[in-house]
Ligand binder design. Structure first.
Ligand code: NAD
Ligand code: MN
Length: 508
């Protein structure tokens, strides 16, 4: 009889009130590596009871005030010290991120981990610019009162994040919440909780954050996540994920009228003009489309190529896309890894079949990646041309390595088509004529526009959506302000009773 050697499977606990603990139910669930479908870790299956405990801890810590009552300079210094520690202990995070998310090691080691830590530090730095007190010169009548605006932390924040950039998304919720003096409960995607837990562990090791200010619970969204969105002791929900779940979260948050910021789906238009630098535009389009298997909310998955350069551009694009190497995320030669899980794999293949049925012309890919073996969720980079802008392939967020292409001739027409979607997250224009490109950029109804580039988000620049791509902004001062409340304080200047005319409305 053959001996089966069980690979080392680590079980991760949740982080609540500064302690590591199992789910209240004691249950765990498997974390699967999408490159090979093997179970390589387990996490706690947190549910309502765990959410309640985490919210209570966050509430206690906020009400106690140890974190929110520090000065901004103190909070920033502490976050800098934490960031230095993250840099020291994050040696294995890129590998863990690749294993859980199917994100290629080339990306996790160059983008997710170093930029994640940098963004953590950057939020602390930007926080120094927040105007916590803003004097108002006068309100209505001069010499009656002194007036100022006091900014304050919101309270208990909940961050709910997806699986595509697990560490980065955790940082984008935790860092602004902490920088602004809030307490937070983070719920990573059930598929990818490990680097968020590593982050919490590293922060815990510093001993610099009061207990309960940061909590991480894991498990299925519909239980712990929904509970927190409805919880009366939660003041704000910051969500990143699908538009469908975003709508549901807004509905659930309505009962307690919570502050809700949403960063949702997209179907971003990538417009290539006839005067574009084609070398850059071809590579930039590949990067904008197939980076992380297209599982990025701001991916440029709707390509519009000008008629004059269409044939040359498409020849070059398709031939380069054909040579992309699909394989195991941990292999440094891989350019396109697996998609996250079976459900997404089936959903993307379904979208590809619908595009074929709707009459789009398949020019590359169109199914499982050849030579990928039979394990792992590998989809070939796929390109459809002759796509009708009103078809499902052009309107639905596929969230996979699938590009749909249209031709254009007239600026106004291409802008109208680009804007004809429920989404408004991002867009891009390739042109050597900067003035024209800026005009087009202003006409796009999206939160970000790249001119001659893609995907480069800047921690100083606001990121978020128009239309059904979301509410509010992340990153930059705009993002930090979303984690504050605004209070007007009116200080009477000692005005005598006889000059208080408004009192006479009632009493006179
Ligand atoms: P999702 O929106 O369902 O999940 C995102 C997060 O919300 C996860 O942490 C999940 O556990 C949680 N959640 C789910 N239901 C919830 C509920 N009722 N209450 C509270 N929290 C809940 O996304 P998904 O299922 O992981 O992916 C599905 C689709 O989402 C993808 O095909 C893609 O279109 C989109 N997506 C978008 C982004 C983005 O960055 N905008 C990222 C990942 C996925
Ligand atoms: Mn996103």
């Amino acid at each position: 009889m053959a001996t089966v050697v069980e690979p080392q499977v680590t079980t991760y606990q949740q982080y609540i009130d500064g302690e590591w603990s199992d789910a209240a139910s004691g249950e765990t669930y498997d974390i699967i590596n999408p490159s090979n479908e093997e179970v390589f870790a387990r996490a706690s299956a947190g549910r309502e009871a765990d959410a309640d405990r985490a919210v209570a801890a966050a509430r206690r810590s906020f009400d106690k005030g140890e974190w929110r009552n520090k000065t901004q300079a103190q909070r920033t210094e502490i976050m800098y010290a934490i960031a230095r520690h993250l840099a020291e202990v994050s040696g294995d995070w890129a590998a863990i991120e690749s294993q859980q998310a199917g994100a290629i090691l080339r990306k996790t080691s160059v983008v997710d981990v170093p930029l994640g830590i940098e963004h953590f530090r950057h939020h602390a730095e930007m926080a120094l610019q927040i105007p916590w007190y803003e004097p108002l010169p006068w309100v209505d009548t001069p010499h009656v009162s002194w007036n100022f605006v006091s900014r304050e932390p919101i309270g208990v924040c909940v961050g709910i994040v997806p699986w595509n950039f697990p560490l980065m998304m955790a940082v984008w919720k935790i860092a602004p919440a902490l920088a602004m003096g809030n307490s937070i409960v983070l719920k990573p995607s059930p598929f990818t909780p490990l680097t968020a837990l590593k982050l919490a562990q590293a922060i815990d090791e510093t001993g610099l954050l009061p207990k309960g200010v940061l909590n991480v619970i894991t498990g299925p969204g519909a239980h712990a996540g929904a509970r927190m969105v409805e919880h009366p002791d939660v003041d704000k929900v910051a969500f990143t994920g699908s538009t469908r779940t975003g709508r549901e979260i807004m509905r659930m948050a309505a009962e307690t009228v919570k502050k809700v910021t949403l960063e949702l789906g997209g179907k971003s238009a990538n417009i290539v003009c006839q005067d574009a630098d084609l070398d850059i535009a071809v590579d930039g389009t590949l990067f904008g489309t197939f980076f992380h298997q297209g599982q990025v909310c701001e991916s440029g998955t709707r390509l519009f190529v000008h008629d004059d350069i269409y044939d040359e551009f498409m020849d070059r694009l398709v031939s380069k896309a054909r040579s992309l190497v699909v394989g195991d995320a941990m292999d440094f030669s891989t350019q396109v890894g697996p998609v996250i899980n079976r459900v997404q794999y089936d959903s993307i293949l379904g979208a590809i079949e619908r595009a074929k049925a709707d009459g789009a012309k398949l020019v590359l890919g169109g199914g499982r990646a050849e030579g990928a073996g039979d394990k792992g969720y590998y989809i070939a980079p796929t390109i459809f041309t002759d796509v009708d802008n009103s078809s499902r392939a052009a309107q639905e967020e596929i969230f996979g390595p699938v590009l749909v292409v249209q031709r254009w001739k007239d600026d106004l027409d291409v802008i109208a088509r680009a804007n004809s979607t429920i989404y408004g997250l991002a867009g891009g224009i390739w042109s050597r004529n900067t003035r024209r490109a800026i005009e087009m950029a202003k006409a796009l109804r999206t939160g970000t526009v790249w001119i001659n580039d893609w995907h480069l988000l800047n921690s100083l620049a606001p990121f978020g959506g128009y239309k059904q791509s979301g509410n509010g902004r992340e990153l930059g001062l705009y993002g930090l302000l979303e984690y504050t409340e605004v209070k007007h304080i009116h200080v009477d200047q000692g005005v005598p009773r006889e000059e208080r005319f408004f009192y006479d409305v009632l009493l006179g």
